[in-house]
Design a protein around this ligand. Structure first.
Ligand code: ZN
Length: 260
């Protein structure tokens, strides 16, 4: 299907890695072969805020071989209720620097690279280049549209996550196999242009789900959220699912686009 899910054995594991990842290697369906696939994977997390703090942490801990984090901002006091990769002593530091330090300390086996870059149509190739999976951990729809378009054009799976207040949502896009983010949000949307409130644990929930989707995609296990928008409502503690259909006229993944 894609590079991320090709049936390749992956590199062999050192005794230290076998010990570190023991509790996931013993999961039926993973084994040393699956762990090797995680080690061979190249994933980028775009945004190192509330969502990216969590997804990058779990992906580094899981032994993703190459992990790139991209963020252009510095740590501000208002980030600290939810952006758990950044601590009070990090105030004023670039998030890219603070994140690289924590992720490398968590798992030195992972090649962690962080880039201080704003993702735009001009820079998205630099941000994502060489990675085979994209985690959307941004906080605005404009950047997500840029990522979605790049992912579809390049055939790179893309895991979208969004949060607001006490709730959030997750959708996985596998180009060619599923609707894309533009199919879900077809109109120009104003969201993301205003500051939104977020309860700290909410990005923790959503980004954990995103990290799990990434791990499943790499391992080729289970059913990803393709065409299924998972909605989480923290206030009543419910999850529900909305079907997302492919928009036949989608300017990103529709036939008009594909013909170009
Ligand atoms: Zn689409």
């Amino acid at each position: 299907m894609t590079d991320a899910t090709e049936d390749r054995p992956g590199p062999s594991l050192s005794p230290g890695e076998l010990e570190r990842y023991r509790r996931q290697i013993i999961i039926p369906g993973i084994g040393e072969r699956g762990q090797g696939r995680l080690k061979a994977a190249r994933v980028c997390v775009i945004g190192l805020g509330g969502l990216g703090s969590i997804s990058a942490t779990y992906l580094a801990a899981a032994g993703i071989g190459y992990l790139r984090g991209v963020d252009c901002d510095c740590v501000e006091p208002g980030n600290l209720n939810r952006q758990v990769l950044h601590w009070t002593p990090d105030l004023g530091r670039p998030k890219a620097e603070s994140a690289r330090e924590k992720l490398s300390a968590l798992n030195p086996e992972v090649e962690t690279e962080t880039v201080r870059l704003e993702v735009t149509p001009e820079t998205v190739g630099e941000a994502v280049g060489g990675c085979r999976l994209i985690v959307d951990a941004t906080d605005n729809l404009a950047t997500r549209r840029v990522l979605n378009r790049f992912a579809v054009e390049q055939g790179i799976p893309f895991v979208f996550g969004g949060v607001e207040g006490f709730g959030g949502m997750v959708l996985t896009v596998v180009p060619g196999d599923s609707p894309c983010l533009e199919c879900l949000f077809p109109a120009r949307d104003r969201s993301g242009e205003r500051e939104i409130g977020v309860a700290g644990p909410v990005p923790g929930v959503v980004a954990s789900l995103q990290a799990l989707e990434v791990i499943k995609l790499i391992l080729g296990l289970g059913s990803p959220l393709l065409g299924r928008l998972l909605l989480f409502r923290g206030l009543d503690m419910t999850f529900r699912e909305l079907r997302v259909d492919r928009n036949p006229d989608c300017p990103v993944c529709g036939p008009a686009r594909r013909k170009r």
